[in-house]
Design a protein around this ligand. Structure first.
Ligand code: FES
Ligand code: FES
Length: 212
């Protein structure tokens, strides 16, 4: 019996036809779902920050992180980008006196804020005590995590001074102790792939005035 023409279509032709018909609704959906630039909230915005004591007025895409604003727009590259996902602490800076992962926050959220980066803590001629202690105790190897470690250490001692407890504070109502156990816990968000942890704790302990 003769096969009708409708069944003689080749396998290749069938696949081509199927792919074409499937892609039309998929593409139509993609076009319909794509947000417009205005609807997504993206676009330039102005933000004024005080960075290391200097007023900086920036025009930024609203999606710009504080980390990228510092590195790419102000060219303060001391603050490092490690993971860009809040997991390593290399991007730690101080905002209004508190340490923060600058990769996890948008620059436009900090209008008028005082930002301190590693460049603002001290100068090569006059190091911050924490910077000097890291040098003295070899608190680094490659140095990539070091700006974040130092900013975090300064902020961490400030948190203890303010009486903010940590996960290892035995009594949440008492003033936190200046101990290496507290330092290690509170610095646990700053990863050092070189493993300079014991020297980092020694440096922090010296600045805190306790025995490591
Ligand atoms: S770069 Fe921000 S936490 Fe890693
Ligand atoms: S000194 Fe190399 S990652 Fe910490």
């Amino acid at each position: 019996m003769k096969t009708p023409d409708v069944f003689t279509i080749s396998r290749r032709g069938l696949l081509k036809a199927g792919a074409a018909s499937a892609s039309v609704p998929a593409m139509a959906g993609a076009v319909a779902a794509a947000p417009t630039r205005a609807a997504s909230g993206a676009g330039p915005s102005t933000v004024t920050l005080s960075v290391n004591g200097k007023t900086r007025r920036l025009v930024l895409d609203t999606r710009t992180t504080l980390l990228d604003a510092l590195r790419e727009h102000i060219h303060l590259t001391g603050t490092k980008k490690g993971c860009d996902h809040g997991q390593c602490g290399a991007c730690t800076v101080m905002v209004d006196g508190r340490r923060i992962n600058s990769c996890l926050t948008l620059a436009v959220m900090h209008e008028g804020a005082k930002v301190t980066t590693i460049e603002g803590l001290g100068t090569p001629a006059k190091l911050h005590p924490m910077q000097a202690a890291f040098v003295k105790h070899d608190g680094y190897q490659c140095g990539y995590c070091t700006p974040g470690q130092i900013c975090s250490a300064v902020g961490m001692l400030g948190e203890i001074a303010q009486g903010i407890p940590s996960h290892v504070s035995a009594d949440l109502t008492a003033s936190p102790q200046l101990t290496t156990v507290e330092f290690r816990e509170r610095m646990s968000g700053n990863i050092c792939r070189c493993g300079a942890y014991s020297n980092i704790v020694e440096a922090i302990s010296e600045v805190a005035g306790v025995k490591a």
